[in-house]
Write a protein that binds this ligand. Structure first.
Ligand code: ADP
Ligand code: MG
Length: 238
C-alpha cells in the first residue's frame, strides 16, 4: 500500500490514539540538571504513520520511552485512548503497555542465548496466558515477518535485518494498537533498513495499527503521514 492509498483512507478523520502535550523530562545527575524535553507535543491517530527525526542526543529515545509508558515524564499530559498516563499507577501503566503497545528498541535487546521463538514469547508471558497459546502466537508472529523457518535460530546466527524482524515480531505479538520503533533500521545498511521498514509498515499501518518511528533515514521519515523533528526539547512539524 502506498502512502497515498493510506492517505485516501483519510487518517485525519480517525480517532486520536495517543496525545502528548507539554511533555518535559529532566534528568538530575548529581549537581547537574539536564532538561532533555522542554514541552514536547505530539498527536498520533489510529492507523497513522508518524516519523521523528533529530540529532543524536536530542532526546528521541527519552521521548519514545515516555510515549511507550516505559518511563515517566517529569511533567506534561499524555493520554492513550483518552486515559491519562499521569493518573495511572505503575502497574496500570505496565498492563496498558503489555496489552496495547509494542516497542522496538534502538538496540534490539534480543537475548543471544535464547532462540528467536523464545525471544518473542518470553516477554509476552507478562500477560499470563497459557504458555502453549503464547508460543503459538509467537510462532505466528515470526511467520508473519518471514521468519517461520528461523524459529529455533539464536540471534547471533541471524543477519542484522533478521534480528530486527525478530524484534518486530516481539513488538506485534500481543496485537498492539501502537508500535513505537526507535531507529529500527539504524544498525543496518540502507537497503536492508528499507526492507525492514517494509516489514514494519506491513505489520502496523497496513493492518490499521499506529506507528511512530524514530529514524535517521530522510527517505523513511518522508514516507510518514506526519513528520516531526525533535529540536531543543520540542517537536516541530515537518
Ligand atoms: P537520542 O535518542 O536522541 O540520541 P536520548 O534520549 O538517548 O537521545 O538522550 C538525550 C539526552 O539525555 C542525552 O544527553 C543523554 O545523555 C541524556 N540521558 C538519557 N538518559 C539519561 C539518564 N537516565 N540520566 C541522565 N541523562 C540521560
Ligand atoms: Mg536514541
Amino acid at each position: 500500500m502506498t502512502k497515498n492509498d493510506r492517505k485516501s483512507r483519510s487518517n485525519a478523520d480517525m480517532p486520536v490514539l495517543l496525545q502528548a502535550e507539554g511533555v518535559k523530562k529532566v534528568y538530575h545527575d548529581g549537581e547537574r540538571i539536564l532538561e532533555v524535553l522542554s514541552g514536547a507535543d505530539i498527536l498520533v491517530r489510529r492507523g497513522e504513520f508518524v516519523s521523528i527525526v533529530g540529532q543524536s542526543g536530542s532526546g528521541k529515545s527519552t521521548l519514545l520511552h515516555i510515549l511507550g509508558a516505559l518511563d515517566r515524564a517529569s511533567s506534561g499530559e499524555i493520554t492513550f485512548e483518552g486515559q491519562s498516563f499521569m493518573k495511572m499507577s505503575s502497574s496500570q501503566l505496565a498492563r496498558l503497555r503489555a496489552a496495547r503497545i509494542g516497542f522496538i528498541y534502538q538496540f534490539h535487546h534480543l537475548l543471544p542465548e535464547f532462540t528467536a521463538l523464545e525471544n518473542v514469547y518470553l516477554p509476552g508471558m507478562i500477560n499470563r496466558r497459557p504458555t502453549n497459546v503464547i508460543v503459538d502466537k509467537a510462532a505466528a508472529s515470526l511467520t508473519s515477518v518471514g521468519l517461520g523457518n528461523r524459529l529455533e535460530h539464536r540471534p547471533p546466527k541471524l543477519s542484522g535485518g533478521e534480528q530486527q524482524r525478530v524484534a518486530l515480531a516481539r513488538a506485534i505479538m500481543n496485537d498492539p494498537l501502537l508500535v513505537l520503533a526507535d531507529e529500527p533500521t539504524g544498525d543496518l545498511d540502507q537497503k536492508t533498513g528499507r526492507e525492514v521498514l517494509e516489514y514494519v509498515l506491513g505489520q502496523t499501518v497496513e493492518m490499521g495499527r499506529s506507528l511512530v518511528v524514530v529514524t535517521h533515514d530522510p527517505q523513511i521519515a518522508a514516507r510518514a503521514d506526519r513528520q516531526y523533528r525533535l529540536e531543543a526539547g520540542r517537536l516541530v512539524p515537518g
